[in-house]
Design a protein around this ligand. Structure first.
Ligand code: FAD
Length: 450
């Protein structure tokens, strides 16, 4: 009979250190969480599996911030500031930030260069005194009592180690830490579906004068090619220039099983299949661009990123779940910790579907309540970013970078307040949290009615 399990001998783990706040994952949420806690003097360690920060923004080659802006009664305004604002300034000072560009005539997004993002985030965290442990893969937890985490276990080149903490913030995007600690979570849409993963890629050597506004014409070229029998992974291709207009990013691939279901970013085998299939789809789409898109004749693929882009896996079930109606109706919450102005962007089979709040009748953003960061059943844990407490459709909006920065800053600040008041995370005074967030430059969206 085949061996299906094998026993690992018990062993003592070296303790890497003891921290007031331990953050798992260095994407937008983790960057903001670690910065916010450290800026208030907390001893913080951010644990990240790669050798750089940025999460999907760098590791999956996203290279574009969405959700920093909202369409407020017809006027596009930046609504995410605070730690994100300081990060933008740092990226800009390194020459790596585009001016915001308008999307569908309704909202703005802002592209950046990954090299500048990586350097800017190193400096941001270290400048505020946060510690960073790179090349450390979170692998499990050691629980203290039933409902509290004592240590995060990490696998590193120096071996397996324990990181002891008072408060943990799960910014892994996949809810890894929360799941290990026993917090309840949902996975995808509950019917085996999830937002589809995408392998991003960047193209260099584009002739900008010839390409012009090719992002407007490429979808039409794709429609024509489809009529000739060319197959594409999905509609709604995003092909747009970076800071240097000879370089363009391409967001068009879509990873699925043979039965059409999205690959699952928490499954090792799915990830392996997706990396290979992603590069295959990228190469195939590039052939189309080179052949048919104006200005792409002498271009080449300059980068496929370190990993497949994962939009959605686990969403931790917290004290409140942000929903589709909250996004579309621009919901207000008394415990607002910031806002989301990005619409619902559903990556469905073969396409991208968009659902918007009323423009210009509405204020174009919803509040993000503190309760969506508070998981059930684990007392010293907060969850921020794309794995926070949202429904499948709520997450289709508030998973983008802007809202993840907001959630991260609030989680780091809440951890600081809980430590200073010696109070439980679900008992911190909300007004004190809101006051401190505003003092630190965050926008809570309380000045405009929905
Ligand atoms: C293809 C694609 C295109 C997108 N386009 C845009 C866009 O244009 N604009 C936009 O704003 N958003 C976009 N998004 C969404 C956005 O990038 C993510 O939702 C956002 O980065 C989520 O931030 P986060 O901090 O929650 O998690 P992530 O960005 O996923 O970061 C999680 C971090 O945790 C680390 N990590 C995970 N598990 C472990 C572990 N066990 N141990 C150690 N480290 C771990 C990861 O390496 C990563 O650095 C896109 C996403 C994809 C996949």
């Amino acid at each position: 009979m085949a061996t299906t399990t094998i026993q690992e001998p018990a062993r003592d783990l070296p303790v890497r250190g003891e921290y007031e706040v331990v953050v798992l994952g260095g994407g937008p949420a983790g960057i903001a969480a670690a910065t916010a806690a450290a800026m208030h003097g907390r001893k913080v360690l951010l644990v990240e599996r790669y050798g750089f920060l940025g999460g999907m923004g760098t590791a999956a080659g996203v290279t574009n911030f969405c959700g920093l802006h909202a369409n407020v009664h017809g006027e596009i305004k930046q609504v995410v500031r605070g730690v994100a604002g300081e990060l933008l300034s740092r990226i800009d000072r390194l020459g790596g930030l585009n001016a915001p560009h308008v999307v569908f005539g309704k909202i703005a997004a802002q592209a950046y260069d990954t090299a500048a993002y990586k350097c800017a985030t190193d400096d941001l965290l270290l400048g505020h005194g946060a510690g960073i442990l790179f090349h450390a893969f979170g692998a499990g937890v050691i629980m203290d009592a039933d409902d509290s985490i004592r240590a995060l276990i990490v696998e590193t080149k120096s071996g397996r180690q324990a990181v002891i903490g008072q408060i943990f913030i799960d910014c892994s995007g996949d809810g890894d830490l929360a799941a290990w600690a026993g917090a309840p979570f949902e996975h995808g849409d509950g019917a085996g579906g999830m937002l589809y993963p995408t392998m991003m890629f960047r193209v260099n050597g584009v002739d900008p004068a010839v390409a012009g506004d090719a992002w407007k014409t490429i979808p039409n070229l794709m429609d024509e090619a489809e009529r000739r029998g060319v197959k594409f992974p999905r509609k709604g291709a995003v092909v747009r220039p970076q800071k240097n207009p000879i370089e363009w990013r391409v967001n068009v691939t879509q990873m699925k099983h043979s039965d059409g279901r999205a690959l699952d970013g928490t499954k090792a085998d799915d990830l392996s299949v997706g990396e290979i299939e992603g590069r295959r789809q990228a190469a195939a789409f590039f052939e189309f661009l080179k052949r048919e898109a104006p200005g792409f004749g002498n271009a080449y693929i300059v980068d496929t990123p370190p990993q497949l882009g994962i939009r959605e896996t686990r969403r931790v079930s917290g004290h409140y779940q942000l929903s589709r109606d909250d996004v579309l109706n621009c919901a207000s919450f008394p415990d607002t910790i910031g806002v989301n102005g990005w619409p619902i962007e559903k990556h469905v089979a073969g396409d991208v579907e968009w659902l918007w709040p009323a423009i210009p009748q509405s204020r174009g953003f919803n509040h993000l309540p503190y309760r969506m960061l508070l998981p059930r059943d684990v007392s010293n844990l907060l969850v921020a970013g794309r794995c926070a407490s949202m429904t499948h459709e709520g997450q289709s909006a508030a998973r983008v970078s802007g809202a993840c920065f907001v959630m991260g800053q609030a989680a780091g600040t809440a951890a600081h307040l809980a430590l200073s008041g010696n109070s439980a995370l679900d008992q911190i005074p909300i007004e004190a949290l809101q006051k401190l967030l505003e003092k630190d430059g965050a926008y809570l969206g309380r000045d405009v009615d929905s």
